[in-house]
Design a binder for this molecule. Structure first.
Ligand code: NAD
Length: 519
């Protein structure tokens, strides 16, 4: 085994023992957090691979049906205790719970970095987001006012926003801590109990977060984390009778299965899915900023970001200049080991993703596209870093109907396509089955707003990219999903409006049918 892989294994072992998940790598990790207890899985063994080396990292066991059932039962009971608190108490509790992360931030970031293969500085940023999301939604706990509706009868009609009960959440591997906190915080702020299943590829950080939050004062069993594969543990969760709402973050293919599972039981779902976002650069844009924005939009997180700006649409007269400059910027990105401070881009997370991305590049070339830069392993890497590395890749000679221009790659691969005018730019940008995000670079403010108004995308940036905050609603159109996360819209996904009618007339009378209110 390479020294690099051995070091990563030892580091993971130390972090897991620090967080109580295992005392050594030989032991089956306690990979679930159920009813306030760390619990080992009971199903088949799942092996984790080191994204930086491709070597073995750790193993754990799939949770399976019985543990999911135990988690749902715990959440059902805890949810009642949670709702027995006052709204202000729930808010205070969330605020104090998230403070338990203090002093553990660096270890959490290191844990995520070694398992997800993400640059350590990105993981530190993700830990910061966990705190931000809990603090934001803690503030909403005592501000979820209902409404009084001015009905045309003698009734007082008011609306309460009541929790679903227990919600099931499923998250992907590309931003495990971010997506975990992103959905946990509004769910409990709205008064629900939760069972969350992280990706089988990044199981541990969500368990650690849930455990720290409970130590910080959240009721035992309010948040439960179950780890395992989609078809086993994931299906047990989506098919459980006591789950009243499903929230899914992941690929469109799995999203369809989750929505179907919900529909069979008439349970609603929120789907936060993939994207193929257009980044539109007009000739009148400030080119330095547009180039910096274009490369950050796709190469951050090695392109494993749902909002990655993976289609660069460039006005024809500046096409050659922009692709030459983006290619130069791409080739200067520090691609390196996840734990190195200077690393700006790490490996892809797993072998399946690496094979998918490289096969798509090969097919694009076969279809006539041209790799301008990248397309292969970066030359600057140490030999031991034999994992799933791909250099930042720019592809030109692409037509809008090619697979590489239509399908989500979810890797550091940017396609550049020229356009002639505004109409052409909008047509190309919307020529996708996705609708998650998009951006426009121009110094003409009227044009910027015109374009923003015509993009079928849940988030649009003007002279910017990837500005995202928990305060502002986020979600997609079409194959990018439905429902919204973040902000008040995200909170409302976790409640149901309940309409209450109170007779205020001196003498109550109940009409037969749709009468005039008189008996
Ligand atoms: P994925 O769909 O393969 O897996 C996501 C989760 O679904 C995992 O936890 C997996 O175990 C689970 N799952 C799979 N099949 C299941 C089933 N039958 N029943 C229950 N659960 C099941 O996605 P991924 O490869 O982990 O993540 C990448 C995708 O996620 C990309 O498409 C990306 O764009 C998307 N994503 C979207 C957002 C967003 O906010 N829109 C954010 C991050 C990632």
């Amino acid at each position: 085994m390479s020294t690099l892989n051995l070091k990563a294994q030892q580091k993971l072992g130390q972090l897991m023992s620090q967080f109580g998940l295992a005392s050594s790598l030989e032991e089956t990790p306690l990979s679930n957090w159920i009813d306030g207890e760390l619990t080992a899985g009971e199903g088949e063994t799942i092996a984790l691979t080191n994204p930086a080396t491709g070597g073995a990292l750790a193993c754990y066991r799939d949770a399976g049906d019985a543990l999911v059932a135990r988690a749902v039962a715990a959440a059902t009971q805890a949810q009642q205790a949670w709702m027995a608190l006052t709204a202000s108490e729930r808010g205070r509790c969330m605020n104090s719970a998230v403070r338990m992360l203090e002093g553990h931030e660096e270890s959490l970031a290191q844990l995520e970095s070694v398992v997800a293969g993400k640059p350590i500085r990105d993981c530190r940023g993700e830990v910061g987001k966990v705190r931000e999301m809990f603090e934001y939604y803690a503030g909403w706990c005592d501000k979820q006012h209902g409404e009084v509706i001015p009905v045309p009868t003698s009734h007082l009609n008011y609306v309460r926003h009541v929790p679903f009960g227990v919600v099931g959440q499923i998250t992907p591997w590309n931003a495990p801590m971010f997506t975990c906190a992103w959905q946990l915080a509004p769910a409990i702020a709205a008064g629900n109990g939760v069972v969350l299943k992280p990706s089988e590829l990044t199981p541990f950080s969500s368990v650690v977060i849930a455990r720290l939050l409970e130590r910080g004062g959240l009721p035992k069993g309010l948040i439960n984390i179950v780890n395992g594969l989609g078809p086993t543990t994931g299906s047990a969760l989506t098919g459980h009778d006591d789950i009243s709402k499903l929230v899914f973050v992941g690929s469109p293919d799995s999203g369809r299965l989750i929505a179907e599972a919900g529909a069979r039981r008439l349970v609603p779902s929120v789907l936060e899915l993939g994207g193929k976002s257009a980044n539109i650069v007009f000739a009148d844009a400030r080119i330095d900023e547009a180039v910096a924005g274009a490369q950050a939009a796709i190469f951050a997180a090695a392109g494993q970001s749902c909002v990655a700006g993976s289609r660069l649409l460039i006005q024809r007269e500046i096409f050659d200049t922009v692709i030459e400059r983006v290619a130069r910027a791409a080739s200067q990105i520090d691609v390196g080991l996840p734990d190195a401070e200077e690393t700006r881009m790490g490996p892809l997370q797993n072998a399946r993703q690496f094979e998918r991305v490289t096969a798509m590049i090969t097919r694009a070339e076969a279809a006539g596209a041209r790799v301008v830069t990248g397309g292969k392993r970066p030359e600057t890497l140490p030999e031991e870093a034999s994992g799933y590395y791909l250099a930042p890749t720019l592809i030109a000679g692409v037509t809008p109907d090619m697979e590489i221009a239509c399908e989500e790659v979810f890797g550091p691969v940017l396609v550049a396509i020229p356009f002639d005018d505004e109409e052409d730019a909008i047509r190309l940008a919307n020529q996708t089955r996705f609708g998650l995000a998009g951006a426009v670079w121009t110094q003409d403010p009227a044009r910027a707003h015109r374009i923003a108004g015509q993009l079928r995308a849940g988030t649009v940036w003007i002279n910017s990219y990837k500005a995202i905050n928990v305060m502002s609603p986020f979600g997609g159109f079409r194959d990018s999903g439905f429902g919204r996360s973040s902000g008040l819209d995200g909170l409302r996904e976790y409640t149901v409006p309940q309409s209450v009618w109170v007779e205020t007339a001196a003498e109550a009378s109940v009409a037969m049918g749709y009468g005039d209110g008189k008996a």
